[in-house]
Design a protein around this ligand. Structure first.
Ligand SMILES: Cc1cc2nc3c(=O)[nH]c(=O)nc-3n(C[C@H](O)[C@H](O)[C@H](O)COP(=O)(O)O)c2cc1C
Length: 187
């Protein structure tokens, strides 16, 4: 019986590996098994977790190492709700803003890289995260409320929080296009 179970487990792992969902590499695993959480609980993100996530954003690469970004951390619920209606106390919003006037730079792209670094860092700490583009207008129209630094324009918002584990998010995971559809190899 034990041997049968072991064979089944090995077969599952082998097929998962073949389909690219499990590797021996923890970063690849994090990327391949991750998703953008929608359901959160109000257990707070700790200061230590937030500090690590911000460090990872600061370490992101940028064109000419310009680091053309500012990260505005919002933790108070009324302000968070002005941006995203269904946030909970204990969640954190990081508004990623790009420099407004610097010719020859790529602030939006660089802000995207910093956002992804923080998104992955949050997941690596066992937290949930979701990137929000839609509500950026809510922030841009209330720059003073959110204390967006002068000379910077909000590009994207990252929501971080503890995940509601009673919600089955895996079955609702967003599918991806196939490699055949996306990748072409120059012959
Ligand atoms: C630039 C960008 C903007 C996004 N804006 C929103 C948004 O406004 N609202 C939202 O619910 N999700 C938003 N998302 C999350 C995407 O819908 C999500 O990343 C995508 O569906 C893949 O989901 P998955 O990571 O769970 O597989 C955004 C993601 C990105 C990268």
């Amino acid at each position: 019986m034990k041997i049968k179970t072991s064979i089944l487990v090995l077969a599952f792992l082998a097929s998962a590996k073949l389909f690219g969902q499990v590797t021996d590499n923890c970063v690849a695993n994090l990327i391949l098994s991750g998703y953008s959480e929608r359901a959160y609980v109000s257990e707070p993100v700790t200061d230590q977790q937030l500090e690590m996530i911000l460090k990872c954003g600061i370490k992101a690469p940028s064109g000419r190492n310009n680091q053309p970004w500012r990260f505005t951390v919002v933790r108070d619920e009324p302000a968070m709700k002005e941006a995203i209606g269904n946030v909970l106390t204990g969640n954190v919003l990081i508004i990623i803003s790009g420099v407004e006037s610097q010719t020859g730079t790529t602030p939006d792209f660089d802000c995207g890289l910093a956002t992804e670094s923080m998104f992955l860092a949050a997941h690596s700490l066992g937290l949930g995260a979701r990137i929000y583009g839609g509500p950026v207008g809510n922030v841009s129209s209330k720059r003073e409320l959110f204390q967006i630094p002068a000379g910077y324009k909000p590009v994207i918002i990252l929501r971080i929080g503890n995940v509601d584990k009673t919600v089955d998010a895996v079955s609702a995971a967003t599918p991806r296009k196939s490699a055949e559809e996306i990748v072409n190899y120059k012959k």
